[in-house]
Ligand binder design. Structure first.
Ligand code: SAJ
Length: 415
């Protein structure tokens, strides 16, 4: 079978490579010439565990190639970004998904399957179908034509964790949402080629909502932990101890507070639900606000601590959006460290084992990137922003001299 994966980002490229490994002939389509050239050389433009070896293997075997042109294919998988509209109050922008549909329409042939994988507001897959119907009146579309549809359309979100993408793409269960049951069956047969987890068929709209709900669930739970941490700060309680004790209850499982929620999914997707049902999404909206407020709370606390000891050098530990990955986009740690660098300049030392240089916004601040040993020797204030294993492993005696603000609770005595 021939497959076109549209969008070669954090989801599209690993997905294309896994499908290619299963024996399909895959073309990865991207608007960026540089991305296309990089992949056709057998290299990758993103970091993900083991992805380099896999892409190199499938490219050299000839089962994966990249192109800026949309090919004719049996299956189209759309994995393009769905950001917010610019200057909007968190309104989802499905323009890239629609542009992908526009690019697919002219080459679509009867019998093809079109799958949307991008995280989308409810109703987007129907809108893709309507767009294809508009452009290809010669084809009978599922759900609107009285004749047997010529093509199938489905929504099948991924739910992979950055850092474990290749493993989770294969082993996670998946929701497979067809515009009609027939579409779902067709998509199911496709995913069975490379997914070992269970694939559960449903309607496209239910699958769209399921994806959003999963990330909103996590956001709400993290907000609960972050809210507790702010209450505990005010009341002079150790939030880590309280959570540890509460989690001994057989039906309580509180997540970990941190400096806020980062990444491209959990801090974004809940807004898609809120935008679709603003009156009814009170908990979901508030959770977003609490998690954003936590970032500002940490910034204020850190600022106060630094101002109290005007002589001390400061080490900010971590820039990544979460532990043990090199992804600094949408990262609360990076936001906080950059604000501190802007305010305190040369006093700020950044330790980030996954960075070769500081991001641009640190450019003229005077802050420097140092290694962990230098930071431990020279800094009187340590601010933990990311729970990288490297930081977790620092023994108590090496940080005894310093004032510590541990936003991740990595140096708590286990109870
Ligand atoms: N975080 C906390 N406390 C916690 C857990 C996480 O502060 O107890 C923070 C992290 O530090 C990070 C943010 O939350 O800043 C998000 O990290 P994460 O590991 O929870 O999730 P992501 O963004 O890496 O991946 C999520 C996953 N969704 C869920 O777990 C429901 C993943 O399965 C999705 O596929 C992914 O979003 C996505 O692409 O939608």
């Amino acid at each position: 079978c021939t497959v076109a994966v549209v969008g070669l980002g954090y989801i599209g490229l690993p997905t294309a490579a896994i499908i290619a490994r299963s024996g399909c002939e895959v073309t990865g389509v991207d608007t960026s010439e540089t991305v296309v050239e990089t992949i056709n050389r057998g290299d990758i433009h993103i970091e993900e565990v083991d992805l380099d070896g896999l892409v190199q293997a499938v490219v050299s075997r000839g089962t994966l190639k990249a192109s800026t042109q949309m090919p004719e294919a049996d299956v189209y998988v759309i994995a393009v970004p769905t950001p917010f509209k610019r200057d909007s109050a968190h309104e989802p922008d499905t323009a890239y998904v629609m542009a992908a549909a526009d690019a697919i329409a002219p080459v679509l042939k009867p019998g093809a399957l079109v799958i949307v994988e991008s995280t989308c507001p409810v109703g987007t897959t129907d809108a893709v179908r309507d767009r294809l119907a508009e452009k290809r009146s010669d084809l009978a579309m599922p759900g609107i034509a009285s004749a047997t549809p010529d093509i199938a359309i489905a929504y099948c979100p991924e739910r992979v964790l950055p850092g474990r993408i290749l493993e989770e793409l294969v082993h996670n269960d998946r929701s497979v949402g067809g515009i009609t049951p027939r579409c779902a069956r067709k998509a199911l047969a496709f995913y069975k080629r490379f997914v070992r987890g269970e694939c559960v068929t449903t309607e496209a709209r239910a699958a769209e909502m399921t994806k959003l709900v999963e990330n909103a669930f996590r956001d709400v739970n993290i907000a609960f932990a972050n809210e507790l941490s702010m209450i505990a700060d005010r009341q002079g309680l150790d939030v880590w101890e309280v959570i540890r004790l509460a989690n001994r209850h057989p039906r309580v499982n509180i997540l970990q507070p941190g400096p806020g929620v980062g990444g491209h999914c959990i801090a974004v997707d809940p807004w898609f639900i809120v935008h679709g049902a603003p009156e009814d999404s009170r908990v979901i909206r508030t959770a977003r606000e609490v998690n954003d407020a936590k970032m500002h709370h940490v910034l204020e606390q850190a600022t106060a601590l630094i101002e109290e000891s005007p002589e001390a050098q400061v080490a900010c530990l971590g820039l990544a959006f979460k532990a043990n990955i090199d992804d600094f986009r949408e990262s609360p740690a990076r936001f906080i460290a950059a604000r501190l660098a802007r305010k305190f300049g040369e006093r700020i030392n950044i330790v980030e084992p996954y960075a070769k240089e500081l991001p641009v916004e640190f450019g003229d601040t005077g802050a420097s990137l140092v290694d962990i040993d230098t930071a431990l020797e020279t800094c009187g204030i340590l601010i933990v922003l990311v729970d990288h294993d490297l930081f977790r492993s620092i023994p108590a005696e090496e940080r005894r001299a310093a004032m510590v603000y541990d936003t991740r609770g990595i140096w708590q005595t286990p109870g």
